[in-house]
Write a protein that binds this ligand. Sequence first.
Ligand code: GRF
Length: 200
Amino acid sequence: MTKRVAILISGGGSNMVALAETMVGDHPARPVLVLSNDPEAGGLKKAQGLGIATVAVDHKPFGKDRASFETALSDALAAANPDIICLAGFMRILTPAFTAQWEGRMLNIHPSLLPKYKGLHTHARAIEAGDADHGCNVHEVTAALDDGPILGQARLPIRAGDTPDSLAARLLPLEHRLYPAVLRRFAAGSRERIDLQSEA
Ligand code: GRF
């Protein structure tokens, strides 16, 4: 049975495009929805260009009321009836009540070598710490932020003179390789870990 995938974004959606463009042919899943918490997110237009249904659930009118925002989120998701949710640059922190509903069926990509640098500004923190390596992880989403079981990791060296922007730019193509590779396995029922290394 082909798995139905909803992709949640907040911004440009380059990971969303990488996921959607690989869900073809004998891939065990298909994208059924791209949802953004920001109606202005550039990724929504890209998804429409790929022929994927889109919806925006603006979090701003809900202010600090996360539960009501998540009720609206759940209603929008229910209409698409996904089997799997992929968080791809989705910048809203989800409550334990929401993550519990999707436990074992929701993935996220995080731009650091977890468990290092959970949260924001991961590129700057790795450079400031003088790390030799940096990377990204795809993990299952649980109640704790950026903490769930790791399904994939991609690693690259930090170069002298790297800035957070230059490091982010070199990491993004690796993210676009890792996330689709993990989703293909996960949608086929495998949680076998994938490790990628780049010298670029
Ligand atoms: C990516 O670096 C991702 O790891 C992080 O947010 C960024 C989103 O980029 N969570 P995009 O919207 O997929 O281009």
